[in-house]
Design a protein around this ligand. Structure first.
Ligand code: 5GP
Length: 140
């Protein structure tokens, strides 16, 4: 599969972006099609197509940087009073750019952003069954 993504070009400085944060491992910049004003993307500089390919240390760093950005969004002129983190892993999850990225989405009342879908009410035994299966898959 073609490893090229626009985010690789942004990280390399070959494509433009509105940068907000940068260190040796991570870059954060404005989403070009924001869900709400101030919508940010946090990406590892070393490309990983999926969570499975992402170094867990780097994954932790994406979250830490996201946390700082969330605090900055609240006090900046964006002026939000809530923040959503969102990460799409895989086509079915809505991933369009195959370079792992954490969305940091500022929220204000009535902004219209939200997850679609309806919560279900499974029986405890069904929850326990799947919990056991997932525990098994962890392989600890
Ligand atoms: P995904 O659906 O993969 O989680 O999200 C991809 C995100 O990347 C979308 O929110 C989209 O607006 C953003 N995006 C796509 N191309 C570009 C680009 O060239 N520059 C920037 N800044 N964001 C982009």
């Amino acid at each position: 599969m073609n490893p090229y993504t626009i985010f690789a070009d942004i990280v390399a400085g070959r494509a433009p972006s509105s940068k907000v944060y940068e260190d040796d491992d991570v870059l954060a910049f404005m989403d070009i099609r924001p869900m709400t004003p101030g919508h940010l993307l946090v990406v590892p500089k070393v490309a990983a197509r999926s969570l499975a390919e992402l170094d867990p240390e780097l994954g932790g760093k994406l979250f830490r940087v996201g946390q700082r950005l969330a605090a900055a969004l609240r006090t900046s002129e964006v002026g939000c009073d809530g923040v959503n983190f969102f990460l799409a892993d895989g086509v079915t999850a809505g991933q369009e750019v195959f370079h792992v990225h954490l969305h940091v989405i500022p929220r204000t009342p009535g902004d219209g952003f939200g997850l679609r879908g309806r919560p279900t009410s499974p029986r405890r035994e069904d929850l326990d069954y799947l919990a056991a299966s997932i525990r098994g898959a962890l392989g600890d």
